[in-house]
Design a protein around this ligand. Structure first.
Ligand code: SF4
Length: 284
């Protein structure tokens, strides 16, 4: 009897699940809802929102200018405070910023108010980082790695108060190497480990599962970075396939396969996971 094992940690993280479910809930009570940016990088989840007449707009000026938009959703990544204020002037704002991201925003604001210069680990164009930077009152630098920080270290010499925070989904190895560097060269730096454990927990559970099965199936959207990371990690341990729909699995030879593992990135909705699960339950 072939075994199909679903990773005990996979699919929507708490922040995305909350934003997605509350958006669907809003669509039952309100009309003319627009999400400021995609709520999740997954076409199947986005289609569910489109089916409920929730639109997506990436340009805040167009949202503000549009008389057809009454309600604006702030997604889990959050936005800068000046943008939030602009939206509040003319729209009903539904703030679905993830509580973990909110904590980092509040921390950044508190550090800025106490005159800290803030070193932020993350991707400068990532929406979460844009939101956090908005709370830093101009006293910050965003770096992607220790080497990038070292290249800019001259600007740290004259800072009396330094603090280090990160994008919630930054790589923990980069975080630790920067924290180690700062502890050695700038020992008074306040170090705040603002990483979210959700993506790491999914990665750890999936790689452990990949070690115990013959084939691993990673479910998600081809454009999703966190799903691609999962795929690459599992490839190191067993034959691994990526699937958006059951059709992606039609060419696999299942001969001799006794254990199949399933996992999915934090942007994959449960409905997509279940569709593939059902297909696997019925293969011969
Ligand atoms: S990864 Fe973590 S911080 Fe980001 S939305 Fe999910 S739960 Fe929130």
């Amino acid at each position: 009897m072939r075994q199909i094992i679903l990773s005990d940690k996979c699919g929507f993280c708490m922040g995305v699940k909350n934003a997605f479910n509350k958006s669907l809930e809003c669509s039952t009570k309100m009309q003319h809802i627009c999400c400021y940016g995609e709520i999740v990088h997954n076409k199947f989840a986005l289609q569910q929102l489109t089916d409920r007449n929730i639109t997506v707009e990436n340009d805040i000026n167009r949202i503000i200018a549009s008389p057809d938009i009454e309600n604006v959703i702030i997604r889990a990544h959050g936005i800068p405070p000046n943008e939030e204020q602009r939206l509040h002037q003319t729209k009903n704002v539904i703030d679905l910023t993830c509580p973990n991201v909110k904590k980092v925003q509040n921390l950044a604001q508190n550090l800025a108010e106490r005159d800290f210069f803030i070193i932020i680990l993350g991707k400068v164009n990532h929406p979460e980082i844009k939101g956090i930077c908005g709370y830093c009152e101009g006293h910050y630098i965003v770096v992607r790695s220790l080497s990038e920080l070292e290249a800019n270290s001259a600007m740290l010499h004259n800072c009396e108060r330094l603090a280090f925070i990160s994008q919630t989904t930054a790589n923990y190895k980069d975080f630790d190497s920067i924290a180690g560097y700062l502890a050695t060269h700038y020992p008074n730096t306040e170090i705040h480990r603002t990483l979210c454990h959700a993506p790491i927990a999914i990665q750890n559970a999936s790689t452990e599962l990949a070690k115990r099965v013959d084939i691993m199936i990673i479910i998600g959207d081809r454009q999703s970075a966190n799903t691609a990371t999962l795929y690459n990690l599992c490839c190191e341990h067993c034959r691994t396939f990526f699937a958006e729909t059951p059709a992606d699995l039609s060419g696999i030879d299942w001969t001799g396969v006794e254990r199949i593992g399933i996992s999915a990135g934090s942007s994959t909705p449960e409905s997509q996971i279940m569709r593939i699960r059902e297909y696997l339950d019925n293969i011969q």
